[in-house]
Design a protein around this ligand. Structure first.
Ligand code: ZN
Ligand code: ZN
Length: 667
């Protein structure tokens, strides 16, 4: 078994993206590699870290010049020695972790870790693993990266390699393999944009983090030109999404507004031009996708290097003012898109869409070359809970305990706080056996008056395909990593003006989307046609902190009892005694929207761990039980991922050292 530990931090741009992409690449290359991504700042400093990160993003957004000053302060060599910050707690945590997990290779995507590791092994023997630093900066390389020596430095491009050589890093320790963008950039069949002829269409992708005053004007000006087609991605800002959708409605299909999306690789690869800030991950992804970029914001520090990367390689432009953005868009497509073609040709030369796979292969090779085997392995101390849980992981198909399930979970595709992958990690780390993701799909015929406003909190029909793709991808990862089943579902919201005319229906374990505007019996028929379960959600009166009651199904039992597979007997903290009194088939679910909702009612099923077996038990109303889920409250503060605004660098990885699941389960 090859064990790789990847260390990251949520400060700045690109570190988490690099860590997550390397993890994906390693897992796709090798089934025997055990990979773990950790943010020790999050584990060791908890809420302090969250505060620091918020202060960081606040500074970057509102006072970039001030951040520039702080950045140069951080660039002082003393930082990594802990003279500015006390890194003692982090160092102890890392020491404990290395002892416990004995990785073959440790990868650092954040500058401070190499120095912490050097200090850990200062007094005694050689460190028993290879240390690889993956530098996420380009050209302006923060000197903290080079504070302590690593065995190998991976750099994104030749210019950065030259900077390292000039700072006396031996050439044989430098690998120019590219920035580890998502492996999806090279695993997809080449979806290139069509040739932009004289009159377009020019497909422009606009990444927006904040609704600045002048934004409306720029968008309007861009849309004035008939040839321009705009796709706008606003990240997690649902309100901005709603406002822009409203504003751009009159341009019809020429303007599309997306919320948070997992499809950035596809989007970049199918657009002619990208407009966005010069974040490390975004610039590198644009280069991988061969999509010329106009940087409309450059924060002093790392981003200056990213902007120089665009200019030095002649693959895009930097626009200091909104007016310049418009000017560059015009220039790019002038005279049969001459400038655009030149950018694109240059991109062809420097693009490395397979960088994550290349680095991952190198890491796997390093696992073998590592200096190991001197003496017997160090005793790893395990707590009783670790032992039982690794035994269970050994044979996922024949569990000795009841399966812990939750069939009602929302993500940020509707009004949930976490992304699909964050939900998978959140439940996976808690040893759940089966979950179903059920984002809201509102009936567009019923969105009348005030209710229309709710629509921004539900899946938009044009994202349904993406929603199914993303959950399918996460389903495979969840099984590999946690032996957890992930089902795709939808919560059909059929809201009327009163509680008696409102119903919420879960479709559990769907293969393909179902449209929103069918009536209830038709929706149920479509769910059944796919082998899915139709479940009445919160069918009775709730004492709920939000939302109104949905009693339609309950009040029309004679019609729906024969059609519905199960009724929620409990939803989060609410219990519905009448469901039990009528002996209806039942389920208990979280109706999860945010981490604290994990403390709620759940379903237990005693059967083989497969979708078919679980659904069979539910339909027959056999071997089903419910449980009120509780866990160690103190671990919550570490395990609450804080969503961050950036569109692409959105992977928040945090973990507690006293986890339920061992880092590297026994093979
Ligand atoms: Zn609901
Ligand atoms: Zn719900």
């Amino acid at each position: 078994m090859k064990r790789v530990l990847i260390l990251t931090a949520s400060f700045g741009d690109g570190h988490n993206a690099a860590a997550r992409n390397l993890c994906d690449a390693l897992e796709s290359l090798s089934s025997e590699a055990k990979v773990e991504v950790l943010d020790l700042f999050q584990s060791s400093y908890g809420s302090f870290n969250t505060m620091a990160r918020k202060a960081y993003s606040g500074l970057v957004r509102f006072a970039p010049a001030l951040w520039g000053g702080i950045y140069s302060l951080l660039d002082k060599p003393r930082l990594a020695d802990g003279s500015y910050f006390k890194l003692g707690r982090l160092q102890r945590a890392l020491g404990h972790l290395l002892q416990e997990t004995q990785p073959d290779v440790v990868v650092s995507t954040y500058p401070v870790y190499a120095a912490v590791i050097r200090d850990l092994y200062r007094d005694h023997a050689e460190r028993p693993f290879r240390l690889i630093t993956v530098i996420t900066d380009s050209i302006t390389v923060n000197s903290a990266w080079l504070q302590a020596t690593s065995d190998i430095y991976c750099v994104p491009n030749e210019a950065t390699a030259a900077v390292l050589r000039s700072r006396a890093v031996p050439a044989e320790q430098i690998r120019t393999l590219g920035f580890p963008v998502s492996p999806l950039f090279c695993q997809m069949p080449e979806p290139a944009p069509t040739d932009p002829g004289e009159d377009g269409p020019y497909r422009i992708l606009y990444l927006i983090n904040t609704g600045k005053k002048k934004l409306g004007k720029v968008l309007k000006k861009l849309m004035e030109r008939e040839a321009n087609h705009l796709t706008i991605a606003v990240g997690r800002n649902a309100y901005l999404k709603a406002a822009l959708t409203e504003k751009l409605k009159r341009y019809g299909s020429r303007a599309q507004v997306l919320g948070w999306t997992n499809q950035m690789p596809q989007l970049m690869m199918t657009h002619h031009l990208l407009i966005g800030k010069a974040g490390g991950a975004v610039v590198q992804e644009a280069i991988a996708a061969r999509c010329p970029m106009i940087a409309n914001q450059v924060i002093p520090g790392q981003e200056e290097g990213n902007a120089r990367l665009l200019l030095d390689n002649d693959v895009g432009a930097v626009a200091a003012r909104p007016r310049e953005v418009l000017e560059w868009v015009k220039q790019a497509f002038k005279r049969d898109a001459r400038l655009w073609r030149r950018w694109r040709e240059n991109l062809q030369r420097i693009s490395r869409p397979d960088a994550a796979l290349q680095i991952a292969q190198m890491l796997l090779d390093e696992c073998e070359s590592g200096d190991k085997g001197a003496g017997p392995p160090v005793q790893i101390s395990t707590t009783p809970s670790l032992t039982t849980s690794s035994a269970a992981a050994a044979s996922p198909l024949t569990p000795t305990r009841q399966l812990l399930c939750d069939f009602h979970i929302h993500t940020n595709y509707s009004d949930g706080k976490l992304s699909v992958s964050e939900v998978v990690d959140f439940y996976g780390r808690r040893d759940f056996d089966c979950i179903c993701i059920t984002d809201h799909l509102a009936d567009s015929r019923r969105l009348i008056g005030k209710l229309g406003k709710l629509s921004r909190l539900t899946l938009s029909p044009n994202q349904l395909g993406e929603y199914f793709d993303v959950i399918d991808r996460e389903r495979r990862r969840a099984w590999r990593k946690y032996s957890m089943l992930v089902m795709t579902g939808l919560e059909f919201n059929k809201d009327g003006l009163t509680r008696k005319s409102s119903a919420h229906l879960l479709g559990v374990d769907l293969n393909i989307p179902i449209i929103d505007c069918l009536d209830l019996p038709e929706t149920i028929a479509q769910i059944h046609a796919q082998g899915g379960l139709a479940v009445a959600s919160h069918p009775h009166i709730m004492k709920s902190e939000w939302g109104k009651n949905t009693l339609y199904l309950w009040q029309n039992q004679e019609r729906f009892v024969p059609l519905i597979d199960a009724w929620e007997i409990a939803n989060r903290n609410n219990m519905f005694n009448p469901v039990s009194a009528k002996r209806l088939p039942y389920l208990a679910n979280s109706d999860f929207h945010k981490p604290k909702h994990i403390y709620s009612w759940k379903t237990l099923v005693s059967c083989e761990k497969s979708e078919a077996a679980i659904k069979d038990c539910i339909r027959k109303n056999e071997r089903i039980a419910i449980t009120l889920y509780r866990e160690n409250q103190s671990s919550m503060q570490f395990l609450t991922p804080e969503p961050i605004a950036d569109v692409t660098d959105s992977t928040v990885l945090c973990q507690d050292l006293q986890r339920v699941r061992p880092l590297f389960p026994a093979a």
